[in-house]
Design a binder for this molecule. Structure first.
Ligand SMILES: [Fe+2]
Ligand SMILES: [Fe+2]
Length: 133
């Protein structure tokens, strides 16, 4: 499964995708290092806020451009946010050993990359066609 993403061609979205990828990586490093709970909690909160803001940003673009796949894309965002929130809860409450949390983080990354590579790329192509790219 791919863990890296080629740019989708919309600068603001590509920047946000890179930023979120970096946050997830930093988060995994903090877990491995056994960083203090308060530090991890702050990272969880900022990562989830960034993910939600990113999803809202894409959803606003979908609405503005009358994107025909908006409903399915929005539903996928809800799934991504739920998956990220479940992972965050496991981390915050030490529900799993570090190795399992790290594997879970890798899985989350591959789910995100799959969404970006398929759904976000299709959205980007639509935005370019509509002159919004
Ligand atoms: Fe995205
Ligand atoms: Fe998306």
């Amino acid at each position: 499964m791919a863990v890296h993403l080629a740019p989708i061609g919309i600068a603001t979205l590509d920047e946000q995708h890179l930023e979120m990828g970096g946050m997830l990586r930093a988060f995994q490093i903090a877990i491995i290092r056994g960083c203090p709970a308060a530090e991890i909690r702050a990272m969880v909160e900022s990562s989830l806020a960034a993910l939600c803001a990113h999803c809202r940003h894409e959803e606003a673009l979908m609405e503005k451009s009358a994107y025909p796949e908006a409903a399915a894309h929005r539903l996928d965002h809800e799934r991504l946010v739920l998956a990220a929130a479940a992972y965050s809860e496991d981390v915050l409450h030490h529900r799993q050993p570090t190795e399992v949390l790290n594997e879970h983080g890798d899985l989350l990354r591959s789910i995100f990359v799959a969404h970006m590579d398929r759904d976000d790329r299709a959205l980007a192509q639509h935005l370019v066609r509509m002159g919004l790219g």
